[in-house]
Design a protein. Structure first.
Length: 350
C-alpha cells in the first residue's frame, strides 16, 4: 500500500509533502479509535527489545533522527508509529528561517536525499513549550517514548561565540528533554564543521558539563559527528569523548561525498548543488565509522547509529558493528510508517 502512496507523494515538492503527510497523521491520530488503530498497526508489541542506554529506558532501539521533527510538532504521532525515541531539532536559541528553498531533494534511483535546510526552526522558546506540553501529557505513562534534543548555534553566531548558543539551549531545555546531542556536523551552516576540531569541542563541552553538574539530575550529553572525518579526526573524537566523559556518540550525519551515487545522473546532482547526502549511499561509510568508534573505545561509549538504515538487516548490521541504538530518517521517507515495526520484528527474530 505504502509504495503506491509514496509514488503519488513523490510527484510533489519534498518539503511540502513532509508537512502535508505529518499533518494528515496528526489529524488521524487526534481521533480516539484511529489512534488505537495506528498504534495497533505500527507499534512493535513485546518487551524483548527493551534496553537501558546511558541511563534511559528505551522500549525499542529504533529512533527517528534529528531534522525530521525539528520543532517538536509531531511527538504524539511519532510515538503512535512505535518509535522508541525521537530526536527533535536541530534547535537554535533564536528562530531562523534556514536556507532558501528549494532545499530538500529526492534522488529516488539511489534511495537518497540531499538537504541544505540550514537549521530552520521555531527557536528555543516555542520548542520548549511544546516539549513541556508533551512531558505533561506523558506523565504516568509506562514505556513512554524517549525524546532527545539536538542543539546547535544560530547561523549569525560566530564560531568563537558558539559555546554560548549551545549552553543557552542546554540550560533552557534541561528539564524538557531526556538527552542532548551537540550538532557541529551539519554541512549546511557555514563553518559549523570547523567546530568538530578537538579544541573547539573541549570548550563547548566544558561549558555544558559545568551546567550539567549544577543540575539536580544531570542529563546524558552526546556528540553527533560527520561521516567525512579522517581517522585522525575520529581519534580526536574518541579522546575527547573520554576526556569530557560524554554519554555517547551519534554516527553519522549527512555527507558531502557524492562518489557513492551510482544511479543518479551527474547532471541532476550538479543541478541540485550543495547539501548533505543521506540514505543508501551513506550506509557503508556510516557502518565503518560506527565499527571504528566502537572498537577504539572498547565498546565503553554507547553509539547511536544513523545512516542508510532502511530495513531490519540494515539496523542489525549497525548493531553488529557496535551500535547500541539506531536512527532512521531517509529510510522512513522511502519505507513508510511500518519501518519501526519491520525493523523491530527482524531484530527480535535474529
Amino acid at each position: 500500500m505504502y509504495p503506491i502512496l509514496r509514488d503519488i507523494l513523490f510527484r510533489f515538492d519534498p518539503e511540502k509533502v513532509h508537512y502535508f503527510s505529518m499533518n494528515a497523521l496528526r489529524a488521524a491520530n487526534s481521533i480516539g479509535f484511529m489512534n488505537h488503530l495506528i498504534r495497533q498497526q505500527f507499534t512493535y508489541q513485546g518487551e524483548s527489545l527493551h534496553k537501558t542506554v546511558f541511563g534511559l529506558n528505551f522500549t525499542n532501539p529504533v529512533g527517528l533522527g534529528a531534522g525530521f521533527d525539528k520543532n517538536a510538532l509531531y511527538l504524539p504521532e511519532l510515538a503512535a508509529l512505535g518509535f522508541g525515541f525521537v530526536e527533535t531539532g536541530t534547535i537554535t536559541p533564536k528562530a531562523q528561517a534556514g536556507n532558501d528553498k528549494p532545499r530538500l531533494f529526492r534522488l529516488s534511483a539511489d534511495k537518497a536525499l540531499i538537504n541544505r535546510m540550514g537549521f530552520n526552526n521555531d527557536g528555543l522558546s516555542q520548542i520548549k513549550e511544546r516539549l513541556i506540553q508533551y512531558r505533561l501529557q506523558q506523565e504516568g505513562v509506562s514505556n513512554r517514548m524517549i525524546v532527545g534534543a539536538n542543539i546547535g548555534k544560530n547561523k549569525l553566531t560566530p564560531n568563537e561565540e558558539a559555546v554560548k548558543d549551545y549552553c543557552i539551549c542546554f540550560e533552557t531545555l534541561h528539564q524538557c528533554a531526556d538527552y542532548f546531542v551537540v550538532n557541529v556536523s551539519s554541512p549546511n551552516t557555514p563553518a559549523l564543521r570547523e567546530l568538530q576540531e578537538k579544541q573547539a569541542l573541549l570548550k563547548i563541552f566544558d561549558g555544558l558539563n559545568n551546567i550539567n553538574a549544577a543540575q539536580k539530575k544531570p542529563k546524558p550529553l552526546l556528540l553527533k559527528i560527520a561521516p567525512d572525518l579522517s581517522q585522525a579526526q575520529l581519534d580526536d573524537i574518541i579522546s575527547l569523548a573520554f576526556e569530557m566523559n560524554l554519554s555517547g556518540l551519534v554516527a553519522t550525519n549527512t555527507t558531502l561525498d557524492r562518489s557513492n551515487l551510482s544511479a543518479t545522473s551527474t547532471s541532476q546532482v550538479t543541478a541540485i548543488g550543495m547539501g548533505g547526502l543521506s540514505g543508501k549511499p551513506v550506509t557503508a561509510r556510516a557502518t565503518e565509522v560506527v565499527q571504528y568508534l566502537a572498537r577504539q573505545t572498547d565498546y565503553k561509549i554507547p553509539i547511536i547509529a544513523s545512516g542508510g538504515i532502511f530495513t531490519g538487516a540494515d539496523a542489525k548490521e549497525k548493531m553488529d558493528a557496535g551500535a547500541a541504538l539506531v536512527q532512521v530518517w531517509t529510510g522512513f521517507v522511502y519505507e513508510g510508517p511500518s519501518i519501526v515495526k519491520n525493523i523491530c520484528n527482524y531484530i527480535a527474530a535474529n
